[in-house]
Design a protein around this ligand. Structure first.
Ligand SMILES: NC(=O)c1ccc[n+]([C@@H]2O[C@H](COP(=O)([O-])OP(=O)(O)OC[C@H]3O[C@@H](n4cnc5c(N)ncnc54)[C@H](OP(=O)(O)O)[C@@H]3O)[C@@H](O)[C@H]2O)c1
Length: 264
């Protein structure tokens, strides 16, 4: 674990490599995304719901132009909101996301939440599979999926492309060991959103390091240049087994929302 660095990656079921830490862009502005890339983050998480895909795209373009890095050096992902579930609405949402960010492809595209219906979720997945085959998306995944939502996908006879990622609200006060274990058993990488509990609990470095040691991919957000850098300073230490055991809190305290329990 101590060999983890900011350059470390995990292999997704799609074959793509995902960085071990990303920058969460909810409520982040263009300057913050640009500062994050300069600080060393190589993964940007946004969503159509965040209404800042254009700002993220501009920050990436500016950083690439100034540093000479290549598009493939940045892992960009966005998500479809449940209003746009269904085949044609999702196909359109993918094209709109590409147009807004002015990118030729999206590295990872997620279903933001399962809050629609079985048929709409599966039609959404079919549109994502087709966009994958068309080269618009490199990897596809979900967010806020409970085990029953994942099982629905695995049981679907038309499943051609496996989910690469499930992005979940996870931290020591919401460890979600049932969903995380199911994902890991099926090769799905779990990204931890709101890994800093939105500042409700402190010791930010510890929280980010906890995510890494749990095998998760944390995506902390900050608009502050200093905090953006600080949140990457998690590779020079590790949490001992004793302290990890103390953080094994087994609580259920979501602070954002919880669509994983939705039975729709
Ligand atoms: N899939 C989903 O449904 C979903 C839901 C929620 C979030 N997400 C994703 O996860 C990302 C991260 O989650 P989040 O934004 O909800 O919460 P978070 O990353 O847990 O916390 C962000 C908050 O903590 C503050 N902060 C950041 N670094 C800090 C530090 N070192 N010291 C003190 N305060 C600090 C930030 O303020 P400043 O900006 O002022 O630093 C901001 O208010 C989002 O941006 C989004 O990409 C996904």
């Amino acid at each position: 674990m101590s060999a983890l660095t900011v350059q470390s990656t995990l292999k997704l079921p799609s074959g793509a490599e995902i960085p071990r830490i990303g920058f969460g862009a909810y409520l982040a502005n263009e300057e913050a995304v640009y500062n994050a890339l300069n600080a060393g983050y190589r993964m940007i998480d946004t969503a159509e719901y965040y209404r800042n895909e254009a700002e993220c795209g501009r920050a990436i373009a500016r950083w690439l132009a100034e540093t000479g890095n290549k598009r493939e050096d940045v892992f960009y992902f966005t998500k479809v909101w449940h209003d746009h579930h269904g085949y044609s609405a999702t196909a359109q949402a993918i094209d709109n996301s590409l147009r807004r960010a002015k990118l030729d492809y999206i590295d990872l595209y997620l279903i933001h939440s399962p809050l629609s219906s079985r048929d709409l979720r599966l039609e959404t997945w079919r549109a994502m599979q087709d966009a994958g085959k068309a080269g618009k998306i490199k990897s596809i995944g979900v967010s806020n999926y409970g085990i029953h939502h994942l099982q629905e996908l695995f049981d679907w006879p038309q499943l051609e492309i496996q989910p690469s990622v499930n992005q979940l609200e996870v931290y020591p006060w919401l460890p979600r060991t049932d969903i995380v274990s199911f994902c890991h058993e099926h090769g799905i990488v779990v990204e931890a959103y709101s890994p800093l509990t939105r500042g409700e609990r402190f010791k930010e470095h510890i929280l980010i390091r906890w995510s890494l040691q749990e095998g998760l991919v944390p995506i902390p957000k900050s608009n502050d240049p200093e905090r953006i850098r600080e949140n990457l300073d998690v590779f020079g230490f590790s949490i001992s087994n004793d302290d990890m055991a103390k953080l094994d809190i087994k609580r259920y305290s979501p602070i954002v929302w919880d669509p994983t329990t939705s039975g729709l």
